[in-house]
Design a protein around this ligand. Structure first.
Ligand SMILES: NC(=O)c1ccc[n+]([C@@H]2O[C@H](COP(=O)([O-])OP(=O)(O)OC[C@H]3O[C@@H](n4cnc5c(N)ncnc54)[C@H](O)[C@@H]3O)[C@@H](O)[C@H]2O)c1
Length: 413
């Protein structure tokens, strides 16, 4: 039996506190009067001092008009409010007469905990960020049957406190959930982008509904049921590895053509434009990163390793490599490619006998592993010592000859 305290016993906190109260001694504190049959509602001093674990479940409210119940996409973007979390942390500092295990549940945007909350907490206390995937109406069931439990630590490593929290959860779980340990920032990101995946999915499905109404002879369910049964590519983990952008003979051009359809049928919005615009700016960001690497390494030339839109094929149609190359050229950098198969010979060389910043565009293992093929990409040319390899797939490792930079991993080494 542990002594557990909940600061903030509202829609989420009270039900969660009551779940813990089935196995442990639980106290709750709230700025509004609350009652419970199993949680002892008390003042903040008692809560802080009688609890070994303190969960913070106070609101991180959006501003008026930013909940999605009325149009808001035209409004200035705004962060959540953090005052209640800051107040809870200050109360722990003020009243604690011994070190506490502090767990923040409230939803915040990536980077907030490190920037705004952790620096406020007295150093005698330990801290974890542990957001919940819980829905209203089923809080207690969701609490003990989660799809996963996210536990954020300062450096992303599982520490002793994270293990203790897992042991605590094991006393209440009805299922055997996945425990995902990451940095505070990674857990903030998992939580909030989980929700975004749902929003994007619903947005796409309802877009098909809009097309059905405008085009005719389409039952949206026939389309979405067929897509829902497509577990090979779209309803599964495939394409969940960040890397080079979408490419090929079909995908980009299909989306580009669908922009026309959205306009033709006066759908009123253009998700395809948004998707294609993001793809282009992502390529531009990657080009900038390559130029930054070049600038910090004696202005080494940039070489794109792989020009075709994917390994093992010659086709440069719809290639993301050439899109990145376009932005490199636009920035005034002469780019060359190495690719023994590429069907577009422009700026393709057979060998690179100088150190360079390489963009490792192809990763055949990631591209073809669904077929059972596990072979790695063999370098298309000799990599001259002193080179930098920018690996957007984060699979290569540095050697004595060259340094590998993992694009998309900003954890301190
Ligand atoms: N409700 C959900 O389903 C859900 C799910 C996952 C995450 N969350 C997140 O959990 C947090 C809490 O959500 P909620 O729905 O329970 O909000 P809520 O507003 O229903 O409850 C928050 C409680 O905190 C109290 N409170 C406010 N300021 C306080 C303070 N300074 N000190 C002590 N208590 C204070 C409020 O009186 C209220 O009772 C939010 O960040 C939310 O995004 C909620």
């Amino acid at each position: 039996m542990k002594n557990i305290g909940f600061i903030g016993i509202g829609k989420l906190g009270l039900d969660c506190a009551e779940v813990f109260a089935e196995q442990h001694t639980v106290r709750g504190y709230d700025i509004y009067p609350r009652t419970s049959d199993s949680v002892k509602v008390c003042d903040i001093n008692e809560l802080v001092n009688q609890s070994e674990w303190i969960f913070i479940a106070v609101p991180t409210p959006h501003q008026e008009g930013y909940d999605g119940s009325v149009p808001s996409s035209h409004m200035k973007p705004k962060d959540f409010g953090h005052d209640a979390v800051i107040d809870a942390i200050k109360n722990i500092n003020r009243y604690a007469r011994s070190p506490k295990k502090v767990v923040l549940i409230s939803t915040v945007l990536p980077g907030t905990t490190r920037r705004k909350f952790f620096p406020l907490l007295d150093s005698q206390h330990q801290f974890l960020y542990n957001p919940y995937l819980i829905a209203m109406g089923s809080v207690k069931w969701d609490m003990i049957n989660p799809e996963m439990v996210m536990i954020g630590t300062e450096d992303g490593n599982p520490n002793a406190l994270a293990s203790e929290l897992i042991d605590l959860y094991k006393t209440i779980m009805a299922n055997n959930p996945r425990y995902e340990i990451g940095t505070w920032d990674e857990c903030e990101a998992i939580k909030i982008f989980y929700n975004t995946f749902i929003s994007a999915k619903v947005g796409l499905v309802n877009m098909i509904q809009d097309f059905a109404l405008r085009i005719g002879h389409i039952n949206v369910d026939v389309v979405t049921d067929a897509l829902a049964r497509s577990t090979m590519r779209i309803m599964g983990p495939k394409y969940m590895t960040a890397g080079m952008g979408d490419a090929g003979a079909c995908h980009p051009r299909d989306n580009i053509a669908l922009r026309w359809l959205a306009e033709e049928y006066d759908i009123g919005y253009d998700l395809f434009d948004t998707v294609m615009h993001a793809r282009e700016i992502q390529a531009k960001n990657l080009a900038r990163f390559l130029l930054d690497q070049s600038a910090t390494h004696n202005n080494l030339p940039v070489v794109i390793h792989g020009k075709a839109y994917k390994p093992d094929v010659p086709y440069c149609i719809g290639s993301y490599s050439t899109l990145v190359g376009f932005y490199l050229e636009q920035a005034g950098h002469k780019v060359v490619y190495v690719d023994p198969l590429a069907d577009d010979p422009a700026n393709v060389v057979d060998s690179v006998d100088y150190p360079a910043v390489f963009l490792w565009a192809h990763n055949r293992k990631i591209t073809y592993e669904y077929t059972g093929d596990q072979l790695d990409t063999q370098p298309y040319c000799v990599i001259t010592p002193g080179s930098i390899i920018v690996d957007p797939w984060r699979k290569l490792t540095s050697t004595a000859e060259y340094e590998v930079v993992h694009y998309g991993n900003t954890r301190p080494k």
